[in-house]
Design a protein around this ligand. Structure first.
Ligand code: SIN
Length: 361
């Protein structure tokens, strides 16, 4: 979404000016003002069709909108791209149904919104000719690589309800700005994904707690959400040999909307800096519970051809864990857009600890 700076500049100014204003209403007013010309997205959530011709229908109170009236494989004019971008900024995740994107179309669509990330390593299910596309079934293969069956792998990565929630690559110094996930094959039931709006979650805290957490920073580390096997666990050895960790602000200022975003997740967040471990654990439990309250979430039922496009700076998501035992295939492809180094309310950027460099994947 880095190429959205111009469009978002106005919204950022509004957001930055009001970033100190408390309350969900203030945050939502800021978000509503991040709309681009050419699209009708009302702050109250009514569906509207703008000059771009796309229709945006919000599907939950704080997050999520379904967009219709656009063929993502076609040549998109600038007004449509601006409209989609505005809807992503406003609703944090947008959904498209019945799309006919192939890998090339997926990458071309992503390019309209930023620079697709090229991953250094992908599994064998990912398409070799499209280095920007990662087929998420790959991550299930990983279990086998470390001597675990499919079910055990999933279970060890999601051992508590909250630990599975994550933004993509949150331990990096520059986590992706956005992810575009496309469904090829989905189970007939089960397999939904859920997202949460971290700007709304921050705005929903009481004023003194907002002030308190805005001054904190925290260490994010790859593997925190993983529950080790008893005895020798080759995945733990792998994690130790390939560490990725950064210190991020606990509240980041969104670079495009100016909103304050509660930068927490269960999968990467290890410890709040400069406070004791028990204090950190208690605060994190409270913040994670806040970040995943049902009212800040939306759940999406996938169909083949569905596409979800989310702002990875303002959301966390939970991959499904209700389908592995069913044995139905689920094949998804994702393209991520390069992101910025986060900055806190004091303007201080995140700092790398180990294994991560800006722009280097
Ligand atoms: C992810 O957790 O990044 C993928 C989400 C999904 O496959 O539903």
């Amino acid at each position: 979404m880095t190429s959205g700076r111009d469009m978002a500049g106005q919204a950022a100014k509004i957001g930055a000016a009001r970033a100190g204003a408390p309350g969900i209403e203030a945050a939502e007013a800021r978000a509503a003002e991040s709309k681009a010309p050419g699209i009708g997205v009302s702050g109250t959530g009514a569906s509207e069709i703008g000059a771009s011709g796309i229709e945006v229908n919000p599907v939950a109170g704080h997050i999520g909108a379904e967009i219709s009236g656009v063929d993502l494989a076609g040549d998109l004019d600038d007004a449509v791209v601006a409209g989609i971008r505005a809807a992503v900024l406003r609703w944090k995740v947008v959904f498209f149904r019945g799309q006919r994107l192939d890998h090339a179309g997926h990458v071309a669509f992503a390019r309209r919104f930023g620079e697709p990330v090229v991953l250094g390593k992908r599994g064998s299910a990912s398409p070799p000719d499209f280095p920007e596309v990662e087929t998420t079934a790959d991550r299930l293969e990983l279990g086998g690589k470390f001597g675990m069956g499919h079910d055990e792998w999933l279970q060890r990565r999601r051992h508590t309800l909250l630990r599975g929630w994550h933004c993509d690559h949150g331990a990096r110094i520059d986590p992706p700005a956005a992810t575009i996930l496309r469904a090829e094959t989905v189970p007939p039931y089960g397999g939904d994904t859920t997202w949460s709006n971290l700007a709304a979650a921050y705005a929903g805290l009481s004023g003194p707690v907002r002030e308190f957490v805005a001054g904190l920073r925290a260490e994010h580390r790859l593997g925190v959400g993983y529950q080790p096997r008893p005895g020798d666990d080759s995945y733990v050895r792998h994690l130790l040999d390939h560490q990725v960790a950064s210190v991020h602000p606990l509240v980041r200022v969104h670079p495009e909307t100016g909103e304050r975003v509660l930068f927490v997740n269960g999968y990467y967040l290890e410890q709040i800096a400069d406070i004791s471990r028990p204090e950190s654990a208690a605060i994190l439990d409270m913040l994670l519970e806040q970040a995943t309250r049902p009212e800040y979430t939306v759940r999406f039922r996938w169909e083949p051809g569905s596409v979800a496009f989310w702002d990875n700076r303002a959301t966390i998501h939970l991959a499904p864990s209700d389908n592995a035992h069913l044995g139905f295939p689920r094949t998804m492809h994702r393209v991520m857009l390069a992101g910025d180094v986060p900055a806190g309310v004091d303007g201080k950027p995140s700092e790398p600890i180990i294994g991560t460099e800006v722009g280097r994947w």
